[in-house]
Design a protein around this ligand. Structure first.
Ligand SMILES: *Cc1c(COP(=O)(O)O)cnc(C)c1O
Length: 401
């Protein structure tokens, strides 16, 4: 009983003291283990959200705790970027060795990584001497973050409207539409940014043909191709990077969400050609790439990039998609995804389904009003999929009735 009173006090204080930009369900999470979170009243929730595709190794991972302790034992959790620290350099080297990239710049979040990528592209375009080469092409349903420039690349009226005017020279083309891409990319294009698998926009997988055309247009017009793999990267798609399952390679890739397993981090991975345009003082960050966060990220990257771990993601992801496809509720419009990044689109709004999930011990998150997105910890097992499908089946029956 006293536990419930505490939860009510927390919820009331949230209402009283925080800027009210989030709508939250009425329980307070207290501890977690593996795929499961527990609220203060002891209710268990199997987590198909993972802190929005962040908690790749789930909860209570012993290796994360050890990596944090190893760094805190040195007495240093932050030094700024004025000085060398070993964990930052070690992580950069591992990211370069495991990707197309030659160099890395760290940030603290996804939006910040995209901001930086944009600045890098603008810097390269500036050096081209073409003063009109300032346009950035983004696509319908994209999500690149909430800071002003990242928001400018996120063409959603609801998010953008109260904050206009946003960054100028943004061109919006239609995702997966080759003709639209052709109409948008030209000599004045500095950069093209896209998610090879769109996350917030509803788990939309870019087609190979579309990506190939975009890559060719970028080459033709010396525009920088930025892949935002903040949500789909780091193993989630079943390969370490989503671009590995496409015919193309980007010039810049941005990372964030799962990279440090829940600690805040972002990264811009780029080619030597792009990096060569950046000089001391051209960009910076106080916190970014600090030794605590990067020591943990090195451990996460090491774990996720193991071939057997990636094979596990693919196997459980394929099973998830297969089981979702078998559901024959009349409410389901479409099921799609790749790896442990899947979606179920309904004819109706998904809010009541997500709410019923809470009552049945499931955490789920939407991607738009009619789509539920499944982005669990990458340690999810087939038995977790079975539990999910059983519970969702029952919930859909009730919602349909
Ligand atoms: C979440 C997300 C971002 C923004 O990341 P923040 O860390 O919230 O700033 C950008 N791009 C994609 C694809 C994302 O999923």
């Amino acid at each position: 009983m006293s536990e419930n009173t505490d939860a009510q006090a927390v919820i009331q204080a949230e209402h009283d003291y925080l800027v009210q930009t989030y709508v939250r369900p009425d329980f307070v999470l207290q501890h977690g283990d593996g795929m499961t979170l527990y609220d203060d009243a002891g209710n268990a929730y199997t987590d198909w959200v993972a802190g929005i595709a962040v908690n790749a190794l789930g909860y209570n991972d012993a290796g994360i705790a050890a990596a944090m302790q190893q760094q805190t034992a040195t007495g240093i959790i932050h030094t700024s970027n004025l000085y060398f620290t070993e964990p930052q350099v070690r992580l950069a080297k591992a990211l370069v060795e495991k990707s197309f990239a030659d160099r890395v710049f760290f940030s603290n979040s996804g939006a910040e990584a995209n901001e930086g990528a944009l600045k890098f592209a603008r810097r390269v375009a500036y050096d081209s001497g073409n003063a009109n080469k300032v346009e950035v092409v983004t696509f319908s349903e994209a999500f690149h973050g909430r800071t002003l420039a990242a928001l400018s690349l996120t063409p959603k009226e609801k998010y953008q409207k109260p904050y206009k005017p946003l960054m100028d020279h943004v061109v919006v083309a239609e995702f997966n539409n080759i003709e639209s891409a052709k109409g948008a990319i030209n000599a004045n294009t500095a950069a093209v940014i896209l998610e090879p698998i769109q996350g917030e926009g509803g788990i939309n997988v870019a087609t190979d043909a579309f990506l190939q055309v975009v890559r060719d247009l970028c080459d033709e017009h010396q525009a920088i191709l930025i892949f935002d793999e903040i949500q789909c990267g780091m193993g989630r798609s079943g390969t370490l990077w989503a671009y590995e399952q496409t015919p193309v390679v980007p010039d810049i890739m941005t990372l964030a969400k799962p990279l440090a397993g829940g600690l805040p981090i972002g990264a811009i991975l780029c080619t030597e050609e792009i990096a060569s345009h950046l000089k001391p003082g051209d960009h910076g960050s106080t916190f970014a790439g600090g030794p605590l966060v990067t020591n943990v990220a090195s451990y996460i990257l090491e774990r996720i990039s193991q071939p057997q771990f990636l094979a596990h993601i693919k196997e459980v992801g394929d099973y998830l998609l297969e089981r979702l496809e078998e559901l024959n509720s009349p409410l389901i419009v479409d099921v799609r995804g790749r790896g442990l990044m899947c979606a179920m689109e309904l004819k109706v709004e998904v809010a009541p389904v997500i709410k019923a999930g809470y009552e049945n011990g499931l955490l789920m998150v939407n991607a738009g009003t009619n789509t539920i997105r499944f982005v669990p910890p990458l340690i999810a097992e087939k038995s977790d999929v079975d539990e999910l499908v059983e519970k969702v089946t029952a919930i859909l029956e009730v919602v349909h009735a």
